[in-house]
Design a protein around this ligand. Structure first.
Ligand code: ATP
Ligand code: MG
Length: 162
């Protein structure tokens, strides 16, 4: 499968495809160019290009082990590519962590989200990005916002409970 296509990615070793539906922008919101990643002897991604436009829904498909999660983790700041570039709004960026990606406005909902059973519902929702007042966590705001999310989603959650 060709790798140099708008909205298409070629994942090694098996075929994968990326389908995009929606309007085009002139400058893509996110571009991955020539991305490569290996884990020891396993070459997972080879020369991957992926172009994502704002306001579009993209679907990345491939068989188990094709490298989809690895690619998503690269633009979520979790893994660093061995080579290649990531561009946001046409500007190259370097990310060292998931927090860096969040600062760039990139958020990922993982296939298997990690939950922390010892934390409350509200703490799980806000893990890593708790509302603060100065240096301290703003617990009333955190609980109130979690309650809002809960009622907006139609699920009645006890946000202060574990
Ligand atoms: N941290 C890691 N260390 C070593 N190998 C890894 C690591 N993460 C992934 N791999 C290997 O990289 C390849 C791609 O894995 P990846 O999870 O990205 O595939 P995937 O397309 O998301 O698969 P699935 O459809 O099963 O979710 C697999 O061979 C996997 O075993
Ligand atoms: Mg996966």
């Amino acid at each position: 499968m060709p790798s140099r296509q708008d909205g298409a990615a070629s994942l090694h070793p098996s075929a994968a495809s990326c389908l995009a539906i929606g309007p085009d922008d002139l400058v893509p919101a996110v571009e991955l160019r020539g991305i490569a990643k290996r884990f020891g002897p396993v070459e997972v991604l080879t020369d991957i290009d992926l172009v994502l436009h704002g306001g579009r829904v993209h679907s990345l498909a491939g068989e188990n082990g094709a490298g989809k999660s690895t690619l998503v983790k690269i633009f979520a700041g979790i893994y660093r590519p061995d080579s290649g570039a990531i561009l946001l709004d046409g500007q190259p960026i370097t990310m060292h962590s998931a927090a860096d990606a969040r600062r760039h406005g990139i958020a990922v909902i993982h296939q298997h989200p990690a939950m922390f059973p010892d934390l409350s519902v509200a703490e799980n929702i806000f893990v890593g990005r708790q509302p603060r007042q100065g240096a301290r966590i703003d617990w009333p705001r955190m609980h109130a916002t979690a309650e809002e999310f809960s009622s907006d989603s139609g699920c009645r959650l006890m946000c202060a409970c574990r």
